[in-house]
Design a protein around this ligand. Sequence first.
Ligand code: NAP
Length: 268
Amino acid sequence: MIKLAVLGNPIGHSRSPEIHGLFAQQFGIALDYQKVLVPEQGLAEAVAELVRQGARGCNITVPFKADALALCNEIKGGAASLGVINTLDFSPDGAVHGYNTDAQGLMTDLKDHLQQSIQDRKVLLIGAGGAAQGVVSALIGEAPETLHLWNRTHQRAEQLAGLSRSAGLQAKTSAQLDGQYDLIINATAAGLKGSVPDLPSRIIGPESFCYDLSYSHTETPFLQWAASLGARHRADGFGMLIEQAAAAFHIWFGLSPDTQVVRAEIAS
Ligand code: NAP
C-alpha cells in the first residue's frame, strides 16, 4: 500500500483522494491517499510525520504553498522561481523534492479541454496568493495582449507583478480596471467562504470567458456572479484539479493516467 496525502486548511472540500484513487486503479496500484487538516503553523511537522510513515509524497494546498518551499531539499521544474510548491516527492532516504504542477494543470484544462487560447487576448488574473503565483509565469508565456492582475490587498498584486519582472503584467486597482476582459481567471480563495471578490461589474461581458480555480458541486459564487452579469462561457477549476493531479501522479509513479476517463467517471 503506497501512502500519499493532501495537506491544507481547510481540507474538507478537497477531491484529490478520489482523483488519485481513480488514477491508481488505472494501473492496479494500491493507494492510501488521506486528507490532512494542518494547523496554521503545523506544515513542517505534518510533512515530517508523513516522511516518518514512509509516504511516497504529498500535495500541498491552501494556504501552505509558499511555506512548503522552505521544507524542500531540492526544488524542481522551475518551482523555485514561482516561490510556491504544490507537490512534494519523498526519496527513500527522506529527502524532500518540491514541484509545482498548477500551471501545467491550468494550461492543459484551458487550452486542450476548453479550447481557450490566451495569446493576443485581454486577460485578468484575480488573486495574488499561492495559486496566482504558481500560474502567472505560464500566462505571461502565452503572450496575452494584456495581462492585468487584481488582488483584494493591492500591495500583494504589486509585489507579484514586480517579482515576475515582465513588463506585460500590470497590477491594477478596481478603479484602474478598464472595460471588459476576454478571459477572467479567479485565483482567490473567496469561494471557499462563499464570497466573491469585490470587483466592478464592467469587467464582464457576454463573451468574457470566466474561469474559477475553485470548484464545487454547484456553480461557484464567482461563476454565479459572472452568470448574473451575462457571461455565457464559464468553467470551474475541477478540470485543472484533475490535470495538476495527473502531473503530480507522474512525478510519484512515472505514469501518465488517462484524465479523460477520470473526468467522465467523476461526472457520471
Ligand atoms: P492563498 O495562498 O491563501 O491565497 C488566497 C488569495 O485569495 C489571496 O489573493 C487573497 O487575497 C484572496 N482572497 C481570500 N479571500 C478573499 C475574498 N473574500 N475576497 C477577495 N479575495 C480573497 O490560496 P491559494 O493557494 O492561492 O488558493 C486560492 C484558491 O485557488 C483556493 O480556492 C484553491 O482551492 C484554488 N486552487 C485550485 C486549484 C485547482 O487545481 N483547481 C489549484 C490551486 C488552487 P488577499 O491577498 O487580499 O488576502
